[in-house]
Design a protein around this ligand. Structure first.
Ligand SMILES: Nc1ncnc2c1ncn2[C@@H]1O[C@H](COP(=O)(O)OP(=O)(O)OP(=O)(O)O)[C@@H](O)[C@H]1O
Ligand SMILES: [Mg+2]
Length: 238
């Protein structure tokens, strides 16, 4: 087994003339949960989209599960087991909860659909109650649960989450926090978590990186984050 799920070296990503990622090194080892923190516009989503194969790096190398990711297109990245719960959640709004889960299983894990859907319903009992409800009529928190549930249907080896707590009430943030910690301890899953809520991040991660203007300006452990999150926020978010 490769010793890295994700290894990023010297990566740059551009939007035309704008360099949104300006040379970063980062790694995620099997079973680790790593936070990617930083202010609005720092480049967090850009990096996740690059790892998912939606954007191409203009310099540097990315390895996924020990293989060069240069030729990986999004559906192949998913098939390898890297699942991205995007900031927009990207649900199929006209379809039911259950159909969204079915689509999640298409790329991977289709043979174990029944077992996986039970596992997802176990994590999110609300989704079971609402299996036939149209996705875009669900509340924001319920849609976030569905987006995570859909990713879990594909039996991820790595789950990348882009601000799962955005717009959620403290109750939902708490619930998502417990589910992510359960997942990481009991399901041999690595997590790359983009999160503005440092308390939530500290609950889940082992290590973190702080991104500012497309470069990594700090890194540390969950303990550092717990102790110093106010100082870190003041120093790097303003
Ligand atoms: N499609 C695009 N075209 C041009 N510039 C873009 C595009 N997407 C993002 N950017 C720019 O790249 C930079 C990084 O954006 P990105 O969305 O990665 O930030 P982020 O850290 O995810 O921020 P947030 O916390 O607000 O989601 C920003 O300056 C943004 O304006
Ligand atoms: Mg973003």
């Amino acid at each position: 087994m490769p010793d890295h799920d994700i290894r990023v070296q010297g990566v740059e990503v551009r939007y035309g003339r704008l360099k949104a990622i300006r040379g970063i090194d980062l790694e995620l080892r099997p079973g680790e949960a790593v936070g990617l923190l930083g202010a609005n516009g720092a480049g967090k989503t850009t990096l996740l989209n690059t790892l998912s194969g939606f954007l191409a790096a203009s310099a540097g190398t990315i390895e996924l599960f020990g293989k060069p990711a240069a030729q990986l297109v999004p559906h192949r990245v998913v098939r390898e087991g890297l699942l991205h719960v995007s900031q927009e959640r990207d649900l199929f709004g006209d379809l039911s909860v259950l159909d969204n889960l079915r689509l999640g299983a298409l790329a991977r894990g289709e043979q174990r659909f029944d077992e996986n859907v039970e596992r997802v319903f176990g994590f999110f009992p609300r989704l079971r109650e609402r299996a036939q409800q149209q996705a875009n009529t669900m509340s924001g928190g319920e849609q976030q649960m569905l987006a995570i549930g859909r990713a879990l249907m594909a039996e991820p080896r790595v789950l990348m989450l882009d601000e799962p707590s955005a717009g959620l009430s403290p109750f939902f943030v708490d619930e998502i926090g417990s589910i992510l910690s359960t997942l990481r301890t009991s399901h041999q899953l690595s997590i790359l978590l983009v999160e503005q809520n440092m308390r939530l991040a500290a609950r889940i991660i082992d290590r973190f990186y702080i991104l500012r203007d497309g470069i990594i300006v700090a890194q540390g452990t969950a303990t550092d984050l717990e102790k110093n999150h106010e100082d870190l926020a003041r120093e790097f978010y303003l």
